[in-house]
Design a protein around this ligand. Structure first.
Ligand code: SAH
Ligand code: SF4
Length: 456
């Protein structure tokens, strides 16, 4: 059998992430040779972020010469399925990774009453307590507290820093147990609404060409506890400054549906009426369009759904959102049409990042009106947030307004969203930190080359 390292070198794959792999890949990570299928698609680099256990199976998807050769492999990162999340080192449970049902089961397994589980749950999530340690569990019985301190942990994240942008947006940085860093954004809006934007992964595998997080590639999935804790921590840290946090959007780092088990679990904890008690209509999970997971989400979670459309033709979407090569626009939209037909008052939010000369023509606007026919929806036009190395240019505001008008005249409900937190890299698509190795830049279709920056 050909050695793993040889196979990887031949395929031009850089492996990042798990410490066990770092030593074996360091030797060739600076010395890339691209396999011809990748060279032919104009990739400047090829990155795969692989977990050791799925390394070999993942390699097989690179040996194909089809365009699917560099699609994200969606089964590479199976989510944590265990109902009770444990830390590997000391076998303590992580409280915020448990649904209420698992918490109750765990409490009972230690000989305590279900009522005590509810008291603990409320102290974790309700009534502005947001307990961080056992000392903050006022009113709980001493033996119960002792058991908790012996067998459970409260926090899944360590606070690293908070940065404030000039418009009041705050970006909170957290360090994870393995030293990786994630970002959470808190956006105060008018009319008493404050939104927390949570991350679901460290980095992202989807490689959307306009997104800074996508440039990082995927490092790992977040656990349900790491997702929930972002919302709890944001409330604890900032509620007194920005008022109560009313909305959650899964629009931070990562593709939520690539980590579907943990995202559904976290979203369900967020809307639990004895817990954080966000209204399900105010918790929105945004996806780049992973169709099977989207169907599952609609069946298992009653939170709101946003879909990042960002293009009106497969040609453009294949380029700027490579996931479209796997799930084409027609399949994505037909699935939504079918799934939402039987739902009462449920609207999907389509997000559309406007990229000058790429997806912002009046023909695009007209096509968009046609594409969303029959789908109960709202459309959010998003101003492109630039970042270092990005090749795209913002559509100017006048053109955005014209585009919006075509949609409105076509009968669509349409909103415009301008950058928030831009000066602290806290806006949509600006989160994360690039390492030395970055995700591949896709070949730009001929007719769009002049629309991009000459050099980046
Ligand atoms: N992965 C999910 C959620 C995170 S991205 C998704 O793609 O939907 C959240 C939103 O930010 C998406 O609508 C995405 O299209 C948008 N976005 C990404 N990069 C951006 C950028 N540079 N400027 C503006 N919006 C961006
Ligand atoms: Fe991932 Fe969303 Fe960024 Fe695409 S836009 S790379 S799916 S975070």
């Amino acid at each position: 059998m050909v050695s793993l390292t040889t196979t990887m070198r031949r395929l031009g794959i850089i492996t990042v992430v798990t410490p066990t792999l770092i030593s074996s890949t360091a030797a060739f990570s600076r010395n890339l040779t691209l396999p011809s299928p990748l060279r032919n698609h104009g990739l400047t680099n090829s990155i795969r972020l692989l977990k050791s256990r799925s390394l070999l199976s993942s390699l097989s998807c690179f040996s194909s010469s089809s365009s699917a050769a560099y699609l994200p492999a969606l089964d590479e990162f199976p989510s944590t399925k265990a109902s009770v999340a444990m830390r590997d080192d000391n076998k303590k449970v992580i409280l915020k990774g448990m649904s209420y049902a698992s918490l109750q089961e765990w409490v009972e397994s230690h000989g305590f009453r279900p009522g005590q589980a509810m008291m603990l749950w409320k102290r974790l999530y309700k009534d502005n307590i947001w307990a961080e340690n056992v000392d903050q569990l006022e009113g709980l019985n001493k033996d119960f507290k002792r058991m908790i301190s012996e067998h459970a942990e409260f926090g899944a994240l360590s606070f690293k820093d908070v940065r404030s942008a000039s418009d009041g947006t705050r970006k909170i940085l957290f360090t994870l147990d393995d030293g990786l860093v994630i970002e959470t954004v808190v956006i105060p809006c008018d009319r008493g609404r404050t939104t927390v934007c949570v991350s679901s992964q460290v980095g992202c595998a989807m490689n959307c060409q306009f997104c800074y997080t996508g440039r990082m590639g995927l490092k790992r999935n977040l656990t349900a506890a790491e997702i929930v804790e972002q919302a709890v921590y944001a409330r604890r840290l900032l509620s007194h400054e920005v008022g109560s946090i009313t909305n959650v959007v899964f629009m931070g780092m990562g593709e939520p549906f690539h980590n579907i088990d943990n995202v559904i679990k976290a979203a369900n904890i967020m809307v639990d009426e004895n817990g954080l008690h966000f209204s399900p209509r105010k918790v929105t999970v945004s996806t780049s369009g992973l169709v099977p997971q989207l169907k599952r989400f609609l069946r298992e979670c009653n939170c709101a759904l946003a879909v990042s459309l960002n293009a009106t033709t497969d040609e453009v979407r294949n380029w700027i959102m490579p996931i479209n090569r796997k799930y084409k626009l027609s399949l994505l939209l037909e699935t939504l049409r079918e799934e939402l037909s039987s739902r009462h008052k449920y609207k999907v939010l389509f997000e559309y990042v406007m990229l000058a000369g790429v997806n912002d023509s009046m023909e695009d606007a007209k096509r968009l009106v046609e594409l969303v026919q029959g789908i109960p929806c709202k459309i959010n036009l998003i101003q492109f947030n630039p970042h270092s190395g990005s090749q795209f240019i913002q559509t100017d505001e006048d053109k955005m307004i014209k585009f919006r008008n075509v949609l409105a005249e076509g009968g669509c409900t349409v909103l415009m969203r301008f950058s928030r937190g831009n000066d602290q890299m806290a806006a949509c698509g600006q989160l994360g930190m690039l390492g030395a190795i970055q995700a591949p830049v896709m070949r730009v279709p001929e007719q769009f080359r002049t629309a991009l920056k000459a050099s980046v």
